[in-house]
Design a protein around this ligand. Structure first.
Ligand code: GDD
Ligand code: MN
Length: 410
């Protein structure tokens, strides 16, 4: 037994089959396990049967979180024709961290992830490999592609699965039916530059998004009923999924994240504006002067917050940035005033609905203000373009922040 990182790794069965002794491993199968002692032996047997005759040199990584039911022992005892490595993890428990750690150990050209409870049919593995060989970036064992199905999925679980997929839709290539699947395969080399974050259950979705897979192929499977044990997908995991999704959106659409923060900052500015106004007026100030001071106060607060939270990676000289920000705000103001006035002038019949016209002005002005704040006041420094080569801008900064927080990465 040797120790790798914080986890113990043991090798069961023959270390390598007669074929893989001379040929490099083509396929690394990663199986996260928690209390799967009852099904694991049959799974290993069926994986072996699926790959051995097909000439696919394979290694298996059982990533166990010290299951109390002795899953690791069962896996170690199992002598199969393919090499089975059992890792007893010590890091943070969880499906995604277990898979992420397995991805670090894998040596195959392809990495394939599947569940231990036989809900993913091992017999489909050769079809997934074939699709990879034919040039796919990412292959999904899919329940929802034509020909796929799920057994004994209750109405709630179906609705849940549909909702989760719906929410992820803008993140994934069009036409992908089952991004939530835990049965998938990808090239190991595509992980090299990916900023993978191991959270929750949906590591497949994380990999699909972060490796920027373009050619996604789905192989229909029948998602079987659990043979034994219980599902670990509880309500807590579902909340964690929503948080995971937010992170993916922020990564995929950095401008959207900035815009959300920009609006939140704008709301703070508005509150300060109104508060100052009330204070100055009750102190007997002249309306015009009070208005000027509170607008200036709100704009200064907005500048400080936007510089700190909305565009933290776009630092420049404070004075210049402040002046430019004033320009961006003024542009927003002109657009706001111009659009609402134009609507008022050109749509006399709609004048009773003037608040709507003002709202249209506010929305357009906010967009304009954001656009100039982002591209002018807090413009990306030229060095940021290097980062953009590796991913959407801001990703590098985020990953640094996460590293500081001690999250686990591949
Ligand atoms: N190491 C480790 N640690 N493994 C875990 C943990 C954990 O904390 N929790 C679950 N697993 C393992 C299980 O032992 C199983 O092999 C696999 O992860 C999936 O867990 P299940 O509990 O069987 O999940 P499920 O059947 O509800 O969810 C499956 O379907 C989803 C699609 O609806 C999984 O395949 C998901 O990956 C998939 O997204
Ligand atoms: Mn399951």
């Amino acid at each position: 037994m040797k120790t790798t990182g914080t986890s113990c790794v043991a090798v069961a069965g023959r270390t390598a089959s007669h074929r893989s002794a001379t040929r490099p491993v083509q396929l690394s199968v990663i199986i996260p396990t928690y209390n799967e002692a009852q099904t694991l032996p049959l799974l290993l047997q069926r994986i072996e049967a699926a790959v051995v005759g097909k000439d696919i040199p394979t290694e298996i990584w059982v990533m166990d979180d010290r299951s109390p039911d002795g899953t690791a022992d069962v896996a170690r005892r199992r002598a199969t024709g393919v090499s089975v490595r059992v890792v007893e993890r010590e890091g943070p428990r969880g499906l995604a961290p277990a898979v992420a750690e397995g991805l670090r150990y894998a040596t195959g050209e392809y990495v394939l992830v599947m569940d231990a409870d036989l809900q993913h049919p091992p017999e489909a593995i050769p079809a997934l490999i074939r699709a990879m060989d034919e040039g796919a970036d990412f292959v999904i064992g899919s329940r929802y592609a034509e020909g796929g199905s799920t057994r004994r999925f209750g109405f709630l679980r179906k609705l849940n699965s549909w909702g989760a997929t719906f929410l992820a839709r803008p993140l994934i290539p069009p036409g992908v039916h089952d991004p939530m699947s835990g049965f998938f395969c990808l090239r190991r080399s595509s992980l090299e530059k990916a900023d993978i974050r191991a959270v929750g259950f949906k590591i497949g979705l994380e990999l699909l998004v972060k490796t920027k897979a373009l050619r996604v192929v789905e192989v229909p499977i029948t998602f079987g009923a659990r043979h034994a044990g219980v599902s670990k997908l509880g309500v807590r995991e579902q909340f964690r999924y929503l948080r995971h999704l937010l992170g993916l959106y922020a990564w995929r659409f950095p401008a959207l994240k900035q815009f959300t923060r920009f609006c939140a900052v704008g709301a703070c500015g508005m509150m300060l504006d109104l508060g100052l106004m009330a204070a100055l007026m009750s102190g007997g100030a002249h309306f015009g002067a009070a208005r000027a001071w509170s607008v200036l106060g709100a704009m200064t607060l907005n500048f400080v917050l936007n510089r700190r939270y909305t565009f933290p990676d776009r630092r420049g000289p404070v004075g210049t940035q402040f002046l430019r920000f004033t320009g961006a705000c003024a542009t927003g103001l002109v657009v706001n005033w111009g659009l609402s006035s134009a609507l008022y002038a050109t749509l006399p019949g709609w004048r009773p609905l003037y608040p709507l016209m003002c709202a249209a002005g506010i929305v357009a002005g906010t967009f304009m203000n954001f656009f100039f704040s982002r591209s002018y006041a807090f413009a990306a420094a030229p060095s940021d373009s290097k980062r953009a080569q590796h991913g959407p801008d801001g990703a590098g900064v985020e990953s640094d922040q996460r590293k500081r927080q001690g999250d686990q990465f591949v």
